[in-house]
Design a protein around this ligand. Structure first.
Ligand code: MRU
Length: 321
């Protein structure tokens, strides 16, 4: 099942806010619908946001709307995933928006398959892999980045186990990653976010693999909680990998200058619709955090795995291309 389909000049998205209980679809007839889908997390995950945004540009193009203005509006839907900006600019500067978006759709799947192939080399038979948030098929067009590595190793016949952090406040690990793994019979267990340090201390985790919303030469931004997982992994000498396509790379800024999205307080004050703190409680709800380069063992890309010592030269090389 793909996260999105382009059909009869409409973008059809799996509604991720309804998973895992219902597999329902959200149809975008206009770029405004795509913006709503991105803001409300019907579609989420950096690569999926990027490709959906590209089709948002296509919907505007088909209605003869001013693409320069639409581009700015779409870009303001979520700030952290650089794929959004990359995708909108790519369609804006292309001569054939429809073809460009369709190419990006296809490329996303090929890229993830390549990430899976490279990443599976670091997975050993018997490994237990911890992941945070959802960097799976649902975060992309298909297959996934971090979970693409897991899928690839599993399909090679490796005996692996996956542990998903629940990923408060929105539960992308519990709702989406666990569902994806169960759909393919990949062995999976769910843990509360606060349990990962203990499991590492007990020697129950062999590797951590997460995705990224932005990769810069000095670190990455990913779902809130990634930093604590990385710090614990360093303390217990557990390899910590980030799987991300080159479309997630930002060659221009330090990761500390990336805008970190702040989301609404209800996500924290409520759980499943029920308030869990006194009425009127003030909240801080950053959606992402920053994992500095020195906590990362390697970045798994479609071109191969980059080690921290190679970050600088890899970035310089790609920037000059
Ligand atoms: O807020 P979300 O659900 O869009 O956050 C998603 C993540 O943090 C993912 O790990 C990241 O986008 C990589 S997806 C391949």
């Amino acid at each position: 099942m793909k996260t999105m389909e382009w059909k009869d000049n409409k973008l059809i998205l799996i509604d991720q806010t309804k998973l895992p209980d219902e597999v329902t679809f959200f149809t975008c007839n206009s770029y405004k619908d795509v913006i709503i889908a991105i803001k409300t997390m019907v579609v989420r995950g950096a690569p999926a946001i990027g490709v959906a945004a590209a089709f948002g540009m296509v919907l505007a193009h088909l209605k003869d709307e001013n693409l320069e203005i639409v581009a700015e509006e779409i870009k303001s839907s979520r700030p952290t995933a650089i794929n959004l900006f990359w995708a909108v600019d790519r369609v804006l500067t292309s001569n054939d928006p429809v073809q460009e978006a369709l190419t990006m759709y296809k490329e996303d799947i090929e890229t993830n398959l390549a990430i899976g192939r490279h990443g599976s080399e670091i997975i050993n038979d018997g490994d237990t892999i911890l992941t945070h948030c959802n960097a799976g098929a649902l975060a992309c067009v298909d297959y996934g980045t971090a979970l693409g590595v897991v899928r690839s190793a599993f399909h090679q016949g490796k005996d692996i186990n996956v542990i998903c952090d629940e990923t408060r406040p929105l539960g992308q690990g519990a709702r989406l990653s666990v569902w994806e793994m169960q759909e393919e019979n990949i062995p999976v267990k769910l843990i509360p976010d606060v349990a990962s340090g203990y499991l590492m201390q007990q020697g129950k985790i062999d590797k951590v693999i997460i995705g990224a919303d932005r990769v810069a030469s000095d670190g990455i931004a990913n779902k809130i909680g990634s930093l604590l997982v990385a710090l614990a992994a360093k303390r217990f000498q557990i390899p910590f990998y980030v799987a991300a396509p080159l479309s997630t790379f930002d060659f221009d800024i330090s990761i500390y200058d990336a805008e970190i999205e702040e989301r609404g307080s209800e996500e924290v004050t409520h759980y499943g619709g029920t308030r869990i703190c006194p009425k009127g409680t003030e909240v801080i709800n950053p959606a992402f955090d920053i994992v500095p380069k020195d906590l990362i063992t390697g970045i798994i890309t479609e071109k191969g795995i980059i080690n921290p010592e190679e970050f600088q030269s890899f970035f310089q090389q790609l920037k000059s291309q």
